[in-house]
Design a protein. Sequence first.
Length: 623
Amino acid sequence: MEELVGKLWHQFITRAASSDHEEAIVHLSEMRRAIEILFRAAGGDATVRLREAAAQQHGGARSWLQRIAGSATHDALPMVDPESLALPPSIAVFDEAPLNRDLYLWLATLAACHVDTGRWIDDNLWATHCALQVFPGLRPRYERLLARHLNQRPPLQKLKGRAAQAESMVQQALQSAQPSALHSVATPPMWQDIRIRADEVSPVWLWLSPIANPAAEVARRSPPAGEDHRPPGEVQQDRKRRRAHHTENASDRNGMMMFFRAESVLSWSEYVKVNRQTDDDDDGNAIQAADDMNTLAIAPDGQTSAARVKFDLDLPGAAQDDLPLGPGVRLPEWHWKSRTLVPEHCSAQLLEARDPEPYTPPDYLRRTANRIRRKLEVLRSLPRHLHAQTQGEELDLDAWVQWRTEAITSPRHVGEAPVYSRRQSIDRSLSCLLLADLSLSTDAWANNEQRVIDVIRESLYVFGEALTALGDPFAMLGFSSVRRQNVRMHLLKRFNEPWNAQIQARVGAIRPGYYTRMGAAIRYAIKGLEARPERQRLLLLLTDGKPNDLDVYEGRHGLEDTRQAVLEAKAAGLVPYCVTIDHEAHDYLPSLFGQKGFAVVHNPADLVSRLSTAYAQLATPKG
């Protein structure tokens, strides 16, 4: 009974103390598309992904109800860093839904112009000035947001000491950021002498919060993302970002004697000793405790990472490894900070499986291959529409409108009217190179019976069977990497090789290994496709996660290099397309391949048919 009464009291007092306007709430999911478009249009980086912001502690005055309820101490504040734009999951700051929607759009524009120099007020004033210069049409909306937000700020007469000084400085800065004031000067006023932190005042919803600075060493020693070998569902996943700082682990030190008071003992929510490198046990209370912490203190566990590094670098011996074919190839790599292409930065080596065993596909896979083969065979004789013809079977309405417009604007226009369309069979001129990700992450389980690498193997077999029946020349390569000097390109099939038992044995011999230096693999594939004489050349990429490697090829670096490699492929006249089973691919693949340049397969078992469907769509004559 006491628990029920306490729960009801907590709900009542929290609801009474809340200053949010639930009737006008706007969710990030509703605004995601508009935010992404506006952020890119304002000059935001294409590789910055949109995510939900985590709750942060802030200061500022609280009402007596909020102090009783213990609320209004944390909020999901907007923030932008080199990898992501974090916005609140929902906004109910104003009592009108259009204003809350405008706030989302304003924060997206502000983030595109924001440059973090460590001066919170200066950075936001400068970003406001730039945003209103880039999009002058936002001035009326910004003026409404600013006026309403200034009315919501705590009254200065109710504050004292440091709190009053900090709030006064923030309100002065907001008033100086009015469009009329900013228009009168070339740059906004600077506030170098002000030492006000963002967590000392109530949330300034028109500004971005400063970037948290996690310990670089902890980030450097953390294992690469995407190389988890556990079956899915074994450990509870927690993808929320939190503030962190680096500290020393003094729990194992043997002191001589320590005097303490009992009430000074650290509680669970103040100190949790978690071995982040080796402790994979799921503790149901750990995530909840982390949510209650303002900052996570992360300390090394006292163990060296030599074992992990040794495992990562422990390549097989020459007698057991795949057979190298010819000398390696030096490839460039994109350095996103300097915006330059570093020549001969990577070394790629072509490898062939050593004495692969014959591959015998199961009966169900043979049936699937026959079904997809019959589906693709219709592309052989598929005719193509020719538009704007002087003779044809059908009237081409678009061509007729264009011809009439030209006849009106140019009275001397003579000749037969090219206003017809007709269907005509055209010789196919298409080649394809399939690039398969064979990194260690493919050793994860796709379902209760198959690993990801097994699904990829079956997809390659079905793809080879289907394209052999179609008659289009194609090649297959697998890739993995161990740092930039060891990009491993696995030969599965050359363009001039027939699809036979030897090639199928190579496909059957693929196995997971190492990491995913995707940019180098794409550049290697470009070299193979550039020499093809066909009019249309497809580059299909089959993967299960983000680009990553042991060195700096992680996060922003890997995404930027892959994006640059895709741009190089398009510049060479190729058509790059990605098929992935990564559920988070929507966060980063649009910036790499474009909105229509990829397909996400939510069920790995559907990868076999989805890959062939993607090829059929790309190979269908346009017209």
